[in-house]
Design a protein around this ligand. Structure first.
Ligand code: DP6
Length: 317
């Protein structure tokens, strides 16, 4: 039996679209910040009577359970029956990146329980096949996920850009809705790829955003990171809005918060927003500005969390 505790990550430069669906290879490179406080804790034990998956205290059935068990089959083909117990201390499947920490924790716990030697990059490649964003949660701090060019995906894994203590940044999260999203990320991406006329512009224009965000992180230049993050976010949503039928995760409160962030910037507070496959808004700022940002967000939603840069996964026997 082994247990892994892993933090989710939020993409500053976004992954949206797949160049290979079976291997889950992305059409774009992406870059993320690992979050503090929010975490998934997953225990795996092999050699029990029958497969069993418990998520947040309830037995998982259907697709969620099948996804977990298929991931164990990938890690060890012909494996023994396993029991998986996984708990999130934050809302699941609500655009708060639970699949990133979920599949990273499952991968690391299973590798440890099976005593399989691995590098972080190998763990990242496995985690990627469970859920793309999980490739980035194998590290704390700031992480890039290389698009890669190889057909077998061996060059498409996370890379550590900077450790957790490199830069004291905050992400203030406004929870507009903690319910599960109506269109899952995988389904949304496939629809976008098949129907959006903007998709080709998206896959030909991400590199600059990624280079700028990476440089901004290394230089601790929040304006540089923020500009690249908002540009990447808006382009990703442009592909979703122009899909058929359209995918629109935004709610009125999401837009009001985007306006609030623009207003805060006019007032001299350096803060920048991003969103993912859900209505929640995440605002990046320096810790000294976080109380003012959180205050402003609380005018729009009840639930606001101020998180710092998260640490590396912890794996125990
Ligand atoms: C908008 O990693 O959940 O959060 O690989 O299909 O499981 P699958 O998708 P997932 O998608 C994340 C999309 C995003 C942007 C990002 O995290 O980069």
């Amino acid at each position: 039996m082994a247990t892994a505790t892993v933090h989710p990550n939020i993409a500053l430069v976004k992954y949206w679209g797949k160049r290979d669906r079976d291997l889950n290879l992305p059409s774009t490179g992406s870059l993320s910040m690992t979050l503090s406080h929010f975490a998934t804790k997953t225990s795996v034990v092999f050699g029990v009577d029958h497969d069993e998956v418990i998520i947040n205290g309830e037995e998982a059935m259907g697709r969620p359970a099948a996804r977990v068990l298929k991931h164990l089959d990938l890690i060890q083909p012909g494996r023994a029956p396993a029991k998986v117990v996984s708990t999130n201390n934050f809302p699941t499947a609500a655009g708060l990146a639970s699949s990133s920490s979920g599949f990273a924790a499952l991968t690391l716990a299973a590798l440890k329980a099976l005593n399989i030697d691995h590098t972080p990059a190998q763990a990242s490649i496995l985690a990627r096949q469970g859920s793309g964003s999980a490739a980035r949660s194998i590290w704390g701090g700031f992480v890039e996920w290389r698009r890669g060019v190889k057909e077998d995906g061996t060059d498409s894994h996370g890379l550590h850009v900077a450790p957790p203590d490199h830069w004291d940044l905050n992400m203030v999260i406004a929870v507009v809705d903690k319910g599960q999203k109506s269109v899952g990320s995988t389904e949304g991406m496939l629809r976008t790829m098949a129907t959006s006329p903007m998709y080709s512009a998206w896959v030909s224009s991400w590199q600059r955003d990624l280079d700028q965000a990476r440089q901004g992180i290394l230089d601790q230049d929040l304006t540089m990171v923020g500009r690249a993050m908002e540009a990447s976010t808006l382009k990703m949503f442009a592909t979703m809005f122009t899909s058929t039928p359209p995918i629109r995760y935004w709610r009125p409160a999401s837009v009001a918060i985007q306006d609030e962030v623009a207003k805060l910037r006019q007032d001299g507070i350096n803060c920048w927003w991003t969103m993912d496959a859900g209505p929640n808004v995440k605002v990046l700022c320096e810790p000294e500005d976080a109380p003012a940002v959180a205050d402003a967000l609380e005018h729009h939603v009840e639930d606001v969390h101020t998180l710092a840069v998260g640490g590396h996964p912890v794996v125990e026997d």
